[in-house]
Design a protein around this ligand. Structure first.
Ligand code: HEM
Length: 553
C-alpha cells in the first residue's frame, strides 16, 4: 500500500514523458526536411512571430500578407519560407518567387491539372461555394466541369454580353450621379459590389438579381451578403473553428443561400424541360443543366454549388479591382489625364455606352491605356490568391538547384510579394506605373507561353504577373472581369473626380490643393491598407467623395 503514491507518481511521470516525446516528434520531426530560419516553439511553432508582427502593426484587422511580408523581409527575403502555424492551422510554405509559384501551378506528368488545392479552401469558406465547387474539385471531375463551362467564357460570347454590362453600368452611373449631386462621402464597396453582382447574376443565371436596387434585390443577393459578412477579418490564421456562434451564423446563412439558389436552379430546369428557355442561352446555369434529364438531389446540389461559386468568385474580386483602380487614379494625376485622353480619343463627345454597343470589338481593343491601368492595379493589389497542398512527393527546385519536398504544407503563393519583386519590376516595383504594360496588355492566360518566358513590349517574365493565377486551374472569368472593368472605367473616368476621404486621403497645401511628390503622385496622409475577408479588400470599404469632373459638365 505504501508503494501506491510512488506508483501513481511514476505513472504520471511516464505519461508526461510520453506526451512530451510525442509532442516533440509532432513539432520537430515531421517537417524537419524543410529549412526555416525561424526557431520553433514546442507548443505554438512560429505563431509567436506572427502574433508579434500583428502587435507591431498595431492592428489585428490588416491583411496577413503584410505580416508575412515583414517576417519574410526580416529573414532575408528567401524564395520560399516555412512557417509552422500548427495548432491554429496547417503548416504554411510561403511562396515568394514567381519561378517556384510556376512550378506549383503548372501541369506536370505527375499532376496534369497542377498541384491539388489546399483543404483550407473548403475549411475556410466551403459554406459559401459548396463542397462540390469547381474551385475545389480535382482530377477528372474538375476537368469535366471546366469543359462544361468554358463555352460561357469564350471571347465572342463575352462580347455578346456587352449590352448587359452596359445596361448595369448605366444604373451604376445613375447612382454615382446622385452621390455627386449630394456631395456626401460614401463607401464605394457596396456600389461596386452591387454592379458586379448584377452583371454576374445575368451571366450565371440569366436573371436580373436587382442587386443595385436594395428594395427589390432577390434572396440570393441578400443571403450572399449576410454570409460574406461573417468572414470579415477571418485571416485563416485565427481560431475561427472555436467560435461557435460564428459557425452557427455561417450554417444558418449558408443554408438559406443554398435554398435560394436551389429554387433558382429548379425554376430554370422546369423552363428548359418545358421548352420555355432560349436555345442559345450560354449562362452558367443553362450550361450546367444542358443534357440533364433527371434533376436528382446530387445533380441539384452540384449545380447549386457551381452557381454559388461563379456568383461569389465573379463579383467580389471585380468589385475590389474597381475600388482599387478608382483610388489609384485619384492619386496619380498624370495617369488620370492619360486615361481621360484615351477616352476622349475613342468616344469624343459621344456617350461611351453607345459607342461600345455600336462597335464592341474595336472599342474594347482600343482601350489600351485603360487595360494597362487594370493590369497595374491587379499587380499592386491582387484581390485573390491560391493555396495548394500536395500529398504525393511534390518537390520544388530553388534557383540554387536545391530540391525540397513540401508535402502536407499549405502552399500559399503570395502574389502581394511576387508582384512587387524588385528583380523583376525594378526600382518602381511599389509604384503605380501603368506605362510598364503598354504594348503588353494581354491578361489572358490562354495565349501565354507556358514556360513563363518574357513576351510583349514590357519584357516582364510572364509568371511574375499572376492575379488570376496560372496553369490549368487559372481563373475562368478573367476576360469577363477585364471586360467589365474596361466598360465601367470608360463610362466613369471622364465623368467624375474621385476624392479619397479618411484613410489614404491626399495631403492638402495652404491653397487647398493636393501636394504632389517627386514621382508625380499625391502625397497621402496614410496608406489605404487591405484587410482579409476571404479576399483582400480595402480596409475602409473605400470611402470617397464623388464630384462631377468639370470638363464633363
Ligand atoms: C479581378 C477579378 C478576378 C480575380 C483577381 C480572380 C482571381 C482568381 C484566382 C486567383 C483564381 C485561382 C484560384 C485558385 O487557384 O485557387 C480564380 C479561379 C476562379 N475564378 Fe476568378 N478572379 C476574378 C474574376 C472572376 C470572375 C468574373 C469569375 C466568374 C465568371 C471568376 C470565376 C472563377 C472560377 C470559377 C475559378 C475556379 C476555376 C477552376 O478551378 O477551374 N473569377 N480566380
Amino acid at each position: 500500500m505504501a508503494d501506491t503514491p510512488y506508483k501513481v507518481l511514476l505513472l504520471i511521470a511516464s505519461i508526461l514523458v510520453t506526451l512530451y516525446f510525442l509532442l516533440h516528434r509532432w513539432r520537430y520531426n515531421r517537417f524537419a526536411n524543410i529549412p526555416s530560419p525561424l526557431k520553433r516553439n514546442l507548443f505554438v511553432g512560429h505563431l509567436g512571430y506572427i502574433a508579434a508582427e500583428f502587435k507591431k502593426a498595431g492592428s489585428s484587422t490588416i491583411h496577413p500578407d503584410y505580416v508575412l511580408e515583414n517576417i519574410w523581409r526580416a529573414n532575408g527575403c528567401p524564395e520560399f519560407m516555412f512557417l509552422d502555424t500548427r495548432p491554429a492551422n496547417h503548416p504554411l510554405a510561403l511562396i515568394a518567387s514567381h519561378d517556384i509559384a510556376e512550378q506549383i501551378t503548372k501541369s506536370t506528368k505527375q499532376q496534369p491539372y497542377s498541384t491539388t488545392k489546399s483543404r483550407t479552401i473548403q475549411e475556410g469558406f466551403g459554406r459559401l461555394v459548396g463542397k462540390l465547387s469547381l474551385l475545389t474539385q480535382e482530377g477528372e471531375s474538375w476537368k469535366a466541369l471546366r469543359k462544361q463551362f468554358n463555352p460561357g467564357f469564350a471571347p465572342q460570347h463575352l462580347l455578346s454580353l456587352l449590352p448587359v454590362l452596359v445596361c448595369k453600368t448605366g444604373i451604376f452611373v445613375d447612382k454615382l450621379d446622385a452621390l455627386a449631386k449630394s456631395g456626401t462621402a460614401t463607401e464605394l464597396e457596396p456600389l461596386c459590389t452591387n454592379v458586379t453582382f448584377d452583371i454576374i447574376g445575368e451571366v450565371v443565371t440569366d436573371t436580373d438579381c436587382k442587386a443595385q436596387d436594395e428594395t427589390q434585390s432577390n434572396d440570393m443577393v441578400k443571403y450572399f451578403k449576410s454570409l460574406v459578412a461573417t468572414y470579415a477579418m477571418s485571416s485563416g490564421l485565427t481560431f475561427d473553428w472555436l467560435n461557435l456562434s460564428l459557425q452557427a451564423r455561417r450554417y444558418v446563412y449558408g443554408k438559406r443561400l443554398d435554398d435560394a439558389v436551389k429554387k433558382c436552379v429548379k425554376g430554370k430546369y422546369e423552363d428548359m424541360q418545358a421548352g420555355r428557355s432560349d436555345k442559345t442561352d450560354r449562362s452558367v446555369l443553362a450550361l450546367a443543366l444542358k443534357d440533364t434529364e433527371d434533376l436528382t438531389p446530387l445533380i441539384l446540389q452540384s449545380i447549386t454549388d457551381q452557381v454559388k461559386t461563379f456568383m461569389f468568385a465573379g463579383h467580389d474580386t471585380t468589385s475590389i479591382l474597381l475600388q482599387r483602380v478608382f483610388y489609384a487614379l485619384s492619386i496619380h494625376p498624370a495617369c488620370l489625364k492619360k486615361i481621360r485622353a484615351e477616352h476622349d480619343a475613342i468616344f469624343g463627345d459621344s456617350d461611351p455606352k453607345e459607342v461600345i454597343l455600336a462597335r464592341p470589338d474595336e472599342t474594347m481593343k482600343a482601350l489600351v491605356y485603360t487595360s494597362a491601368c487594370i493590369k497595374e492595379t491587379l499587380r499592386l493589389w491582387p484581390p485573390a490568391a491560391t493555396a495548394r497542398m500536395s500529398h504525393n512527393g511534390l518537390k520544388i527546385r530553388t534557383s540554387e538547384g536545391e530540391e525540397v519536398c513540401l508535402d502536407d504544407c499549405v502552399l500559399y503563393l503570395v502574389q502581394h510579394i511576387i508582384h512587387r519583386d524588385r528583380k523583376v519590376y525594378g526600382e518602381t516595383a511599389d509604384d503605380f506605373v501603368p506605362e510598364r504594360w503598354v504594348g503588353d496588355i494581354d491578361t489572358s492566360s490562354a495565349t501565354v507561353d507556358e514556360e513563363g518566358s518574357t513576351t510583349g513590349a514590357s519584357k516582364i517574365p510572364i509568371s511574375s504577373w499572376r492575379p488570376f493565377e496560372r496553369g490549368p486551374r487559372n481563373c475562368i472569368g478573367q476576360e469577363l472581369a477585364n471586360l467589365e472593368a474596361r466598360v465601367i472605367l470608360a463610362c466613369v473616368m471622364r465623368r467624375y473626380d474621385f476624392v479619397k476621404v479618411g484613410l489614404g486621403e491626399a495631403e492638402i497645401d495652404e491653397k487647398d490643393q493636393p501636394i504632389v511628390d517627386e514621382k508625380g503622385k499625391y502625397r497621402t496622409k496614410s496608406e489605404l491598407l487591405s484587410t482579409m475577408s476571404i479576399t483582400s479588400k480595402p480596409i475602409d470599404k473605400t470611402v470617397m467623395r464623388i464630384q462631377f469632373h468639370e470638363a464633363a459638365t
